[in-house]
Design a protein around this ligand. Structure first.
Ligand code: AMP
Ligand code: MG
Length: 418
């Protein structure tokens, strides 16, 4: 991260692009060490070791249906009548093989008896107890799950670097892993700055506003499967900020909002510069200027710090574009980008030509269209709460017309909204 501060003089005059800023951020954030977690707690973390199957899965050849285990050649022509010589429930093990003209009742998941290679579904029989009539010809090998068809003993079934979702947790459970080694998830100190900002249960006095940012940013941290640590609201004095940052420096990352413009009361930069370094970046985006990024130092530790703008839309949007990828990188993710899509714009959008504009949009993936969420001011947080995507409009144009194909960043699952 030393490289970042060295460039501050140069970047002060010129607008950085989003990609340049992100590249600098990502090159400066370290990946965290690993830790062992209980399996369920590892949901959303990145696996830090190859996980191998400790046995074949399934461990024995078994039935995929409730029905009758038979020899394939006995059921190629229907109807056929077979003698029922046993009954195998899931969890039981067959005690004898079957021979020609014989069948065993078998339940889903129960082991196949020796000699049988096919299961006839109960629906294709008369459900007989001593004799069974096979009513539909069944192909040899039907409804049988082979030993090891899912996982082979010794095989790396989930490789290091994989993000653990519900399916991976299930596979790890199958292989008997009650604890797994993962990249530690970042703990993120989140604080708000501003004399006008009050907490949720306080009355709102003249000139005061509620603290939206500490909650929205902490929620976004949690949504990225990291751990928010909510520090309080910091008054607009250097001392208050100093005290707060001294506490925050034990986190893996610090995110502040407000106080990074050039107003008289904006103390973030000078105070951070006492305890580390911070650069003010003017990024060619709307909303979201300015953004501050640097590091606090404490002994050998270097803690990345983001100073996000105070406007609620700007802070959440710059979190999405810059902080979230940095957090994911720290948490060991190799892919830190959201999925993208292209859609047909339904309305006209005007924008400053020299800025990349991120309009908050509603994407309908079925008809391939997108519209904005209405008024797009950087204080209008509803423009984000109504959105399921960002419409990513590049610098170089001052207007986009209905019918144009535009690029989207898919920030959320599409959901029908009433
Ligand atoms: P600042 O970046 O501190 O100049 O703040 C820019 C705008 O964002 C001002 O209108 C602030 O009142 C508002 N703002 C700052 N912090 C917050 C916050 N935590 N929650 C909601 N609005 C805020
Ligand atoms: Mg402020």
């Amino acid at each position: 991260m030393a490289a970042i501060s060295a460039t501050s003089a140069k970047t002060a005059e010129r607008l950085l692009t989003v990609d340049e800023a992100l590249e600098r951020i990502l090159s400066g954030v370290p990946s965290l060490a690993t830790e062992e977690l209980g399996l369920l707690d590892a949901l959303g973390s990145v696996l830090a070791e190859d996980a191998r199957a400790d046995h074949d899965v399934p461990p024995f050849t078994n039935s995929a249906m409730d029905g009758y285990a038979v020899r394939g050649e006995d059921v190629t022509i229907a109807p056929a009548q077979l003698r029922v010589v046993g009954d195998i429930a899931a969890g039981a093990f067959p005690t004898r093989p079957i021979g020609p003209g014989e069948a065993m009742r078998i339940m889903t998941g129960a082991p196949m008896p020796d000699g049988a290679d096919t299961v006839v579904r109960v629906e294709d029989t008369d459900n007989g107890v001593e004799l069974v009539t096979i009513q539909a010809a069944t192909q040899r090998g039907m409804s049988v799950r082979a030993r090891g068809e899912d996982l082979r003993a010794g095989e790396a079934v989930i490789v290091r670097g994989t993000v653990l979702r519900a399916a991976e947790i299930g596979v790890l459970a199958t292989t008997g892993r009650s604890r797994v080694r993962v990249v530690r998830r970042p703990r993120v100190a989140v604080l708000s700055t501003g004399d006008e900002v009050v907490d949720l249960d306080a009355p709102i006095g003249p000139g005061q506003i509620r603290d939206a940012n500490r909650y929205s940013i902490s929620a976004a941290v949690r949504a990225a499967c990291c751990d928010p640590w909510m520090l309080g609201i910091v008054r607009d004095t250097p001392d208050a900020l100093r005290t707060a940052l001294r506490e925050a420096v034990s986190a893996d990352m610090i995110v502040t909002s407000g106080g990074v413009s050039v107003g008289d009361h904006d103390h973030v930069k000078p105070v951070v510069n006492e305890m580390g370094t911070m650069d003010f970046w003017s990024i060619a985006i709307r909303p979201g200027r300015p953004l501050a990024f640097g590091e606090l130092r404490e002994g050998d530790r270097r803690v990345p710090i983001f100073g996000l703008p105070g406007n609620p839309v700007s802070s959440l949007l710059t979190f999405e574009l810059f902080v979230r990828p940095a957090l994911l990188r720290m948490a060991g993710h190799s892919n830190v980008a959201r999925p993208r899509a292209v859609a047909r714009l339904l309305e006209r959008i005007d924008k400053p030509a020299h800025l990349r504009f991120f309009a908050r949009g509603v994407h309908d993936p079925v008809d391939g269209t997108v519209r904005t969420t209405g008024p797009q001011g950087s204080g209008i947080l509803r423009s984000m709460s109504l959105a399921n995507c960002l419409i990513d409009l590049p610098a170089g144009h001052d207007r986009h017309e209905p019918g144009e194909m535009v690029e989207l960043i898919l920030t959320d699952q599409p959901e029908p909204r009433s």
